[in-house]
Write a protein that binds this ligand. Sequence first.
Ligand code: SF4
Length: 304
Amino acid sequence: MDPSPILTDEIFAAFLKCRYKAYLKLRGAAGEKSDYERSQAELAAEYRTLAMEDLLRRHNGVAVIESPPSLPEAFQAGAALISGATASDAGESCRLDALERGGRTGAMLAAPYTPIFFVHREKVTAHDRLLSAFGASVLSRVQRTPPEFGRIVNGKNFKQSKVALATLSGAVCNTIGQLKALTEDTKAPPLVLNKHCSECEFRRPCRAAAVEKDDLSLLSGLSPKEIAEQNRKGIFTVTQYSYTFRPGRMKRVVEAGAGATTQRCRPWPSGRAPSTSRRGRQSRTPRSRSTWTWKARPTRTAIT
Ligand code: SF4
């Protein structure tokens, strides 16, 4: 393994979805991309082209530098727009879809660039914002001035929204700290299947490992919080968890006209054992129909 792998935006995004995935990516592992991941990557690439064209239309006639090999040199050139740049500093790297020069005409060169990110989806998620804040944090070190805010362009109407970078800086530092700890860790974090698995490139080996371990995360009805809680109690497998199942209390439903009532379970409905004699059985003819039901807990289903 590379002793000091670069923390890229891809690894950062992987960490936000699954800690175990980030661990694998940090060690250079590559899986078989799912159809969903491939189609999303194609959509993102197409959208980048369209969104950049829209941005150029808005900045008609300005100087543009495309995919500069050196970002500091592109800053020196003072272009109003920079597209397809990569900011790298201190072992961290992030692709920036576009950079827009801020400030007024007189102070152009001193003004920081605003990072712009393109999101092809109609909805911007918290992960999109955090990822853009990560890019902005690397950019602020390269241009030696923090941008005031970031910008996300998303959806078919190229809607623009601001990202308040200051409010996300704590979360970004925390995530980078955890990623650096993961880099140095020799022990892999626990493999916990989650809702991202179905589209993840490591889905097959991870599922096989989980089945082999009879891992609790095979039960999709359990949240990561509930799994962690069971782990604290010493329950790690589905078999162990199955022994904790208790059927609900037995209830007697008495159908007496419109007002149905329930009674708690007793050894015998009448409070005493039924008579086995013929006369006794005849005298026990019920006045109302009654049934015994189990109020069972919801069943848990495994991931298919
Ligand atoms: S398949 Fe699931 S558990 Fe495995 S790395 Fe991907 S997201 Fe994580």
